[in-house]
Design a protein around this ligand. Structure first.
Ligand code: ADP
Ligand code: MG
Length: 217
């Protein structure tokens, strides 16, 4: 669940500001965010992730009012509760696919890697059809396979919130549809809430709802 009230945000020394009076995304709901380039879609995701803090208003994610927590608390909350997926995949080329999926456990001491996590990584790879790539490096994968790895990495910690920023921006239309399907299927299995930015209107029919950034202001 994501709940935003009377929120305003500005970057220091930039003319850009973002406002959202009321935005509620229920638990397990999937929402696509649309809006022109530069309208603040990425900014909104970063506010929902607690990476950026609003100037006024409240942002509640699951049961935590992240807009009112300090950096350390927001970071810990993000690690434990939010899965992030980006356009550029951001895989580490010197690690295998398996190691990339398990990366959150490598970089966050708060997360403990154990047999059940390893099983979860293997199950995700299987469900997203990349099992045979687990011991390869990402440079040997197709673009679609790379984004599947990023999806597995975002889900391996079992987050209840998934935030995806134009995850199909680098993929051709056919592969984009499959990737969105894989993402939504895996999210639904875990009853996770999904907020995904996209400029590809052919993908919108897959979502429970569409949020046009220009209606939020
Ligand atoms: P979108 O994702 O919809 O393309 P963004 O949220 O990335 O839009 O950016 C919204 C506006 O804020 C743009 O005008 C952008 O130039 C500006 N902006 C983005 N990041 C920063 C930053 N770190 N500092 C100042 N301005 C920024
Ligand atoms: Mg953006």
């Amino acid at each position: 669940m994501i709940s935003i009230r009377d929120m305003s945000f500005e970057y220091p020394d930039s003319g850009f500001s973002l406002r959202a009076g009321k935005l509620d995304i229920d638990s397990g709901q999937t929402a696509a965010i649309i809006g022109p380039s530069g309208s603040g879609k990425t900014t909104l995701l970063h506010i929902a992730a607690g990476i950026l803090l609003p100037i006024t208003g409240t942002v509640r994610v699951s049961d935590t009012q992240i807009s009112h927590q300090n950096d350390a608390v927001r970071r810990a909350f993000r690690i434990a509760n939010i899965g992030l997926i980006f356009q550029e995949f951001e895989l580490l080329e010197y690690l295998t696919v398996r190691q990339n999926i398990l990366l959150p456990y490598r970089i966050n001491p708060a997360l403990k890697l154990n047999a059940s996590v390893r099983n979860q990584a293997a199950a995700l790879a299987d469900a997203t059809d990349i099992s045979e790539t687990l011991d390869r490096r990402p440079d040997r994968l197709s673009q679609g396979q790379r984004q599947r790895v990023a999806i597995c990495r975002a889900l391996v910690t079992g987050p209840k919130i998934i935030l995806a920023d134009e995850p199909t921006g680098n993929l051709d239309p056919q592969i984009s549809r499959t990737i969105v399907q894989v993402l939504l299927e895996q999210a639904a299995r875990r009853d996770a809430t999904v907020l995904m930015v996209t400029h590809d209107h052919s993908l919108l029919d897959r979502f429970d709802r569409i949020i046009d950034l220009e209606d939020l202001q």
